[in-house]
Design a binder for this molecule. Structure first.
Ligand code: ASP
Length: 585
C-alpha cells in the first residue's frame, strides 16, 4: 500500500506515531516559515505541516504543490495548537518528514468543495472531479448503504436476486422503448427493458416464489425536470400472495431502510388512502401528507349567487391556510399569478379572510353575505386568523390546480421539511385511464394488473369504473414505488389486451410468450417496484435524482462527460444494414 492510514482516521490518541498518507491536495496555505496543506481522500481531510526551519528542502517542495496534486506524505502525528472542531481529524496534524508527488494535476475547472463555483454543465462535463466533492460522494455512500440494507432485508425474507436480460423485445406501452439494432439479424431490433415486468412474472411461473433485482430500466421519454433515461428500480415479485401480503412485506422494507439507514422508527402502520380519496382531498395520487390543508368542497354552498365563475363551475374547492389572514394584497396577487401560470393553468383565485377579530373579508364579498361566507369557513373548520383560498372549474383540472396551490402554501409556511418523512399507501387505483386524443383506454398501471375481484363483472359494462388491485407507496408527495396483483389467467389476460385495443394477433405477437406461460400452471402472484434513485434522493433530502447517480445525463438525455449519444462509423452502420436520413428528423 502507498499509505498506512487514511486521511479521515487519525485522532489525538495517535499523537506521536509515524504514518504515511496518500491523497489529493485540497489547498495549501503559507504562513511565515510554515506551509499547511489539507490532504483529502474519500475518508476525510488531514492537515500536513511543512516547516522551513526543520527541513527547508521539503518545505520548498511543499510550496510547489498545486491543487489536486496526488501526493504521498510521511510524518509524525502531533497535537494541533489551533484545533478545528469541524472535522474529525481537527485535533491533529502531520509534521511532514517526507513528500512524494505521485501525480501532478492541471488546475481544476471548479473548486472541489461542497459549495463549488462550478455550474451544472461544467460539473457534469468533469463529473469525475465533481464526484471528489464530499457532498456528492456522501450521496453515493448513502446509495450504497441503502442497496446493502435492501439486499439484507429481502434476503432475510427469502427473496432471490435474479438478473434478467437487457436486450429484449420491443413492446411499447406507456413510454417509448430504446432500441438496439441486431447485426446478426439484419433489420431486427432489440429493445432495452422499461422494467423487467414480464420476466419477473415468468420467474413466478417457474416457481421462484420470491424474486428481487436492483436493476437498470430504460425509458425514452422527453425528460422532465427529474427524470433520467436510465434509472434504477428495486424490482420485486412474490407468489401466492394477496395485496395485503405485498403491502406488509414492502412496508417492512421501507421501515427497515429508515431504521437502519436513517435511525428513524415508524412504529405505526403506514396509513392507507384510496385513490378516490387522494384525488378528492389532495388533488393528487401522490399527496404530500407532511401537512394538512385538505381540500374542502364548497359547490353546494356557492350555488345561485349570480357569480358566474362559481355558478358555471362543476367544482368549487378550497384550502384553509392557517394563520394567513394577514396576507397583503400583494401576497394574494402573487398567489393569483402562481395559479395562473401555464404550468398550473387556473383562470383566477378567490379568497376569504377570517380576520383575527372574527370579521370576514373576501374577494367575492359582493356576491355573498357574511353569513354565507361564514358557512364556507365553518365547513373548512377555519379559525379566526386563517385564510381560505378557493378555485373553481372542471373537477379534475381544478383539483390538480388546487393541489399545486396547496403545495405552494405548504412551502411558504415551511411545512415541507425534507428531514420529516410521511409515508402512505395509495390503493384502489382505477384499472383504466381514458385518453381523449386516441379515444381508447390505457392501463393506468400496466396491462398485467389484475382488476379488483369485486369489479370483474363491470369490465365490459362500466370499464372506466373498474378498480385495479394496484397500489403506490408515497413519501412526502413523491411516488416511491408501485405495483399490483397480476393477472395469472391467460383468458383474463387476453381479455385485458382486448380492452386495451390490442388485436388477438397483436397480443400474440407481443406477449404470446406470457400468455403461453400462463397455460402451464401460473401461480397467483403480485409485486411492485420502487424507484431506487428517488428513494435515495428522498433520504438525502434532495429534490433531484441526478445528485444520487454517479454518471447522470442532462435534460437533453446527454452524457456531457463522454459526449453520448454520438454518431457511429459508416462501417458500423453498414454492418447493421442501417441508413441514416437526417432529413426525416
Ligand atoms: N414494473 C412496474 C413498473 O415499472 C412495477 C410493478 O408493477 O411491479 O412500474
Amino acid at each position: 500500500m502507498h499509505r498506512t492510514k487514511t486521511c479521515g482516521e487519525l485522532r489525538i490518541s495517535d499523537a506521536g506515531s509515524t504514518v504515511t498518507l496518500a491523497g489529493w491536495v485540497q489547498r495549501s496555505r503559507k504562513m511565515g516559515g510554515m506551509t499547511f496543506v489539507d490532504l483529502r481522500d474519500r475518508y476525510g481531510i488531514t492537515q500536513l505541516v511543512f516547516d522551513s526551519e526543520t527541513d527547508p528542502e521539503l518545505h520548498e517542495a511543499a510550496n510547489k504543490l498545486g491543487r489536486e496534486y496526488v501526493v504521498q506524505v510521511t510524518g509524525k502525528v502531533a497535537e494541533r495548537s489551533n484545533k478545528n472542531p469541524n472535522i474529525p481529524t481537527g485535533d491533529i496534524e502531520i509534521i511532514a518528514t517526507g513528500l512524494n508527488v505521485l501525480n501532478k494535476s492541471d488546475i481544476p475547472p471548479f473548486t472541489i468543495e461542497d459549495e463549488t463555483d462550478g455550474g451544472d454543465d461544467l460539473r457534469m462535463k468533469y463529473r469525475y472531479l465533481d464526484l471528489r466533492r464530499p457532498a456528492v460522494r456522501k450521496n453515493l455512500e448513502l446509495r450504497h448503504r441503502m442497496a446493502f440494507e435492501i439486499r439484507r432485508y429481502l434476503d432475510s425474507k427469502g427473496f432471490l436476486e435474479v438478473e434478467t436480460p437487457v436486450l429484449i423485445k420491443s413492446t411499447p406501452e406507456g413510454a417509448r422503448d430504446f432500441v438496439v439494432p441486431s447485426r446478426m439479424n439484419p433489420g431486427q431490433f432489440y429493445a432495452l427493458p422499461q422494467s423487467p415486468q414480464t420476466f419477473k412474472q415468468l420467474l413466478m411461473v417457474s416457481g421462484f416464489d420470491r424474486y428481487f433485482q436492483i436493476v437498470k430500466c430504460f425509458r425514452d421519454e422527453d425528460l422532465r425536470a427529474d427524470r433520467q433515461p436510465e434509472f434504477t428500480q428495486i424490482d420485486c415479485e412474490m407468489s401466492f400472495v394477496d395485496q395485503e401480503d405485498v403491502l406488509e412485506m414492502f412496508e417492512g422494507l421501507v421501515k427497515h431502510i429508515f431504521k437502519y439507514v436513517k435511525d428513524i422508527d415508524f412504529s405505526e402502520p403506514f396509513p392507507r388512502m384510496t385513490w378516490a380519496d387522494a384525488m378528492r382531498l389532495y388533488g393528487s395520487d401522490k399527496p404530500d401528507t407532511r401537512f394538512g390543508m385538505q381540500f374542502v368542497e364548497l359547490k353546494d354552498l356557492t350555488e345561485g349567487s349570480g357569480f358566474s365563475v362559481m355558478d358555471d363551475a362543476k367544482y368549487v374547492g378550497a384550502i384553509v391556510a392557517p394563520g394567513c389572514a394577514g396576507y397583503t394584497r400583494k401576497q394574494l396577487d402573487k398567489l393569483t399569478d402562481f395559479v395562473k401560470r401555464p404550468q398550473v393553468g387556473a383562470k383566477g383565485m378567490m379568497w376569504v379572510k377570517y380576520e383575527a377579530d372574527g370579521s370576514i373579508k373576501s374577494s367575492v364579498g359582493k356576491f355573498f353575505t357574511d353569513e354565507q361566507l361564514k358557512g364556507w369557513l365553518e365547513r373548512g373548520e377555519a379559525k379566526p386568523g386563517d385564510l381560505m383560498l378557493i378555485l373553481a372549474g372542471d373537477t379534475m383540472k381544478t383539483r390538480k390546480q388546487l393541489c399545486e396551490l396547496r403545495l405552494e402554501m405548504g412551502s411558504q409556511l415551511g411545512l415541507r421539511d425534507p428531514q420529516k418523512f410521511s409515508c402512505l399507501w395509495v390503493v384502489d387505483f382505477p384499472l383504466f385511464e381514458w385518453d381523449e386524443e386516441t379515444q381508447r383506454y390505457y392501463a393506468m398501471h400496466h396491462p398485467f394488473t389484475a382488476p379488483n375481484p369485486d369489479d370483474v363483472d363491470m369490465l365490459d359494462s362500466d370499464t372506466g369504473a373498474v378498480r385495479a388491485t394496484a397500489y403506490d407507496m408515497v413519501v412526502n408527495g413523491n411516488e416511491l414505488g408501485g405495483g399490483s396483483i397480476r393477472i395469472h389467467d391467460s383468458q383474463l389476460q387476453d381479455k385485458m389486451f382486448r380492452l386495451l385495443g390490442l388485436s388477438e394477433e397483436d397480443a400474440q405477437y407481443k406477449f404470446g410468450f406470457l400468455m403461453n406461460a400462463f397455460k402451464y400452471g401460473a401461480p397467483p402472484h403480485g409485486g411492485l417496484a420502487f424507484g431506487f434513485d428517488r428513494f435515495v434522493s428522498i433520504l438525502a433530502g434532495l429534490d433531484s435524482i441526478r445528485d444520487v447517480i454517479a454518471f447522470p445525463k442532462n435534460n437533453a438525455g446527454r452524457d456531457m462527460m463522454i459526449d453520448a449519444p454520438s454518431e457511429i462509423d459508416d462501417s458500423q452502420l453498414d454492418e447493421l444494414c442501417i441508413k441514416v436520413d437526417l432529413e426525416e428528423a
